[in-house]
Design a protein around this ligand. Structure first.
Ligand code: PAF
Length: 254
């Protein structure tokens, strides 16, 4: 696996690669890889000749300094997993190189960005869209893969790709859960033992078919702090806190 840090070198490498291969798949990540990420990478490997991955813990999408500081980092283990699965190219830029403009150029979306997760995390999706646009331009992949756990993020990125006529197709991938039903997330590693026992109730309660008011009441009784539970299109989107750890999930409404 080639590890490249410099954005221009990454762009050139991908440009050369494109001359030799039919299709390139791309999976952007912030590291701390788990089975959810690996399922995106497996799908990319299945559907493309070459798979490129990025690991960049993007500070501009964290509206809370402690959240960024506490975000898990397992770089060596990540590299081992990527090599083992057969990823050819890994991009790990530095903040100064990828934000050489000091984040003065930003991608703003004005409708969906302020709702759901965006309401409690001002600036979060501007940071996400800005980094993802940079990564998509630098990689110019045929397909890029995003997990459905972050449904609002997927919808915003897909909307951006269409709105800006990007050549990369944005592929949503099935949410992966633990056997308990808890959605896999890098943040699960931050839960205490006691919180890990409570966390599966989140999915159980939001998929139980009771009213949103009843869900909120039950979640509070189990020790969660509810950020939001809202229906949007054919999904129920939800975010809760267990202590300081923020968990998100969504279920399709039949
Ligand atoms: O979903 C994530 O891990 C991040 O938001 C992403 C898409 C890699 C952008 O930093």
């Amino acid at each position: 696996m080639r590890i490249i840090r410099d954005p221009r070198a990454w762009k050139e490498t991908l440009r050369d690669q494109r001359k030799k291969t039919v299709s390139i798949g791309f999976v952007p990540t912030m590291g701390a890889l788990h089975r959810g990420h690996m399922s995106l990478i497996e799908r990319s490997i299945e559907e493309n000749d070459v798979t490129a991955v990025s690991i960049f813990l993007n500070p501009t999408q964290f509206n809370n300094a402690d959240d960024l500081k506490n975000y898990p980092s397992t770089f060596e283990e990540d590299c081992r997993l990527l090599e083992a699965i057969g990823v050819e190219l890994l991009f790990t830029p530095t903040y100064d190189d990828i934000y050489a403009d000091g984040f003065t150029y930003q991608v703003n979306e004005t409708e969906l960005t302020g709702r759901f997760c965006g309401a409690a995390r001002p600036g979060h999706f501007t940071g996400v869209l800005t980094i993802v646009l940079k990564l998509l331009i630098l990689t110019a992949a045929d397909r890029a893969y995003f997990g459905e756990k972050d449904w609002q993020q997927y919808r915003l990125i897909d909307g951006m790709a269409k709105s800006l006529f990007l050549d990369t197709q944005i592929i949503p991938c099935e949410l992966i859960r633990e056997e308990s039903g808890l959605a896999l997330s890098s943040r699960n590693a931050l839960l205490s033992l006691a919180q890990r026992k409570i966390a599966p109730y989140f999915h159980q309660i939001i998929s139980s078919g009771i009213t949103i008011d009843q869900m909120e009441q039950l979640l509070v009784e189990h020790g969660f702090r509810v950020d939001y539970i809202e229906e949007w299109e054919d999904r129920l989107l939800a975010a809760v806190f267990l202590g300081e750890v923020r968990l998100i999930d969504n279920v399709r409404i039949s």
